[in-house]
Design a protein around this ligand. Structure first.
Ligand code: FAD
Ligand code: DHB
Length: 393
């Protein structure tokens, strides 16, 4: 087999890249190790920046999102028995965020890809990438028990944090920056109407809690837990009890409960690789960087990377000009580091840390108070949360 761009991974990065390339008249083959059902039901992100929404609309996959996505103009921060609204749109010249599950974005992108007949292979095994420093890189894999080789001009490593592409790059080329947090998030999807119109980010002595949603009938919650926590220790009853303890601190407000549809624990880390490319391999999305989910940035960053990559590949195929491809990492990393800082900042602002003493906790409370009472400080949160306009570098 031969194609122009070989894409490893059919998460948001790989599928969006495939779609954008198709619009630009560039051929690609997407290889995914999991089944279609698995990738369509892997519950993760929920918050789309307006620029991501615009990108998906421009890519012709926004029809269902326009019907089912929930537009939000603000978020709530809760601490010390009070809730404070951050009016995102008022502070950012009218920008909004849209709540639309990553599962739904992925379903829409897969449906669009299959409708055009462009190659997208699920359940491939033994994926290996070779000859990255030549002008004919190749991806070998097995599909349906048959070994195959895909010759490409370029390989896009969109295979997430645990993928294989990053590790193919020879030692000494990449520099890693990372930070692990002493906690994880227990995520819960529940068949119950949201108890709040807007997202609630709650700081509590028992740990952070987040109330989000997916639809008028389905709510999404997160609880800060120990990083190695066993999900078997968390009965549905215990989850509701803990959510109540952390969220029902505002007088008169109660949390509605319902059947738990799904629950799981994710470790939290920050990670960046520099550069995001080697020879003819370009890393995009979680393969190149991870943020803790408190800032809701991961999927949005993946969408930005592949926009930059598409622009660079279009210029290269169009006129032979490789300068945008050469500058791919630099163009992405500027935004990546802004998102890194914002995600770390939101995380340290809202979570409890075992090593914090009473003094540290008071500092955190004071900072939260400042973020909610100063226009300058709440604008900092708002403009980062809805997505900053940043020049490409
Ligand atoms: P992935 O989604 O990880 O996709 C990579 C794909 O590659 C997978 O399908 C995988 O199966 C496949 N793959 C791996 N190895 C191979 C291989 N060897 N061969 C072939 N295929 C392979 N982000 C936001 O923007 N907003 C949010 O609100 C938000 N909330 C989050 C909440 C949680 C609890 C978590 C865990 C994440 C959240 N994120 C959020 C982050 C977001 O989900 C990720 O950043 C996003 O999934 C990255 O997309 P990706 O395509 O780069 O990687
Ligand atoms: C959701 C996830 C996040 O990481 C976040 O910051 C806000 C909402 C969600 O899944 O709905």
């Amino acid at each position: 087999m031969r194609t122009q761009v070989g894409i490893v991974g059919a998460g948001p990065a790989g599928l969006t890249l495939g779609r954008l390339l198709e619009q630009a008249g560039i051929e690609s083959v997407i290889l995914e190790s999991r089944s279609r059902a698995y990738v369509e039901h892997r519950i993760r992100a929920g918050v789309l920046e307006q620029r991501t929404v615009d990108l998906l609309n421009g890519a012709g996959v926004g029809e269902r999102m326009a019907r089912e996505g929930i537009v939000h103009h603000g978020v709530e921060l809760q601490f010390d028995g009070e809730r404070h609204r951050i009016p995102l749109s008022d502070l950012t010249g009218g920008r909004t965020i849209v709540i639309y599950g990553q599962t739904e974005v992925v379903k829409d992108l897969i449906a669009a890809r299959l409708a055009t007949g462009s190659p997208l292979l699920f359940e491939v095994d033994h994926v290996a990438v070779a000859d990255l420093d030549s002008d004919r890189p190749a991806i070998s894999f097995t599909h349906g028990g048959v070994s195959q080789e895909l010759e490409c001009d370029v390989v896009a490593g969109c295979d997430g944090f645990h993928g294989i592409c990053r590790d193919v790059i020879p030692p000494g080329v990449l520099r890693y920056f990372d930070k692990e947090y002493p906690f994880g998030w227990l995520g819960v999807l529940a068949a119950v109407a949201p108890s709040s119109e807007e997202l609630i980010y709650a700081s509590n002595d028992r740990g952070f809690a987040l109330h989000s949603m997916r639809s008028p009938e389905v709510s999404r919650f997160y609880l800060q837990v120990a990083p190695k926590e066993d999900i078997a220790e968390w009965s549905d009853e215990r989850i509701w009890e803990e959510l109540r303890a952390r969220l029902e601190t505002v007088s008169g407000w109660t949390l509605s409960t319902g059947p738990v549809l799904e629950k799981g624990i994710t470790a939290m880390r920050s990670f960046v690789t520099e550069p995001m490319q080697f020879g003819r391999l370009f890393l995009a999305g979680d393969a190149a960087h991870i943020v803790p989910p408190t800032g809701a940035k991961g999927l949005n960053l993946a969408a930005f990377d592949v926009t930059v990559l598409t622009r660079a590949l279009s210029a290269w195929y169009g006129s032979g000009d490789a300068s945008l491809l050469d500058g791919y990492s630099q163009a992405c990393l500027h935004r990546v580091w802004r998102a890194q800082h914002f995600s770390w900042w939101m995380t340290t602002l809202l979570h409890t840390f075992d090593h914090y003493d009473a003094y540290d906790r008071r500092l955190q409370e004071s900072y939260l108070d400042y973020v909610c009472s100063s226009v300058a400080a709440s604008t900092t949160l708002a403009e980062n949360y809805v997505g900053l306009d940043m020049p490409d570098h």
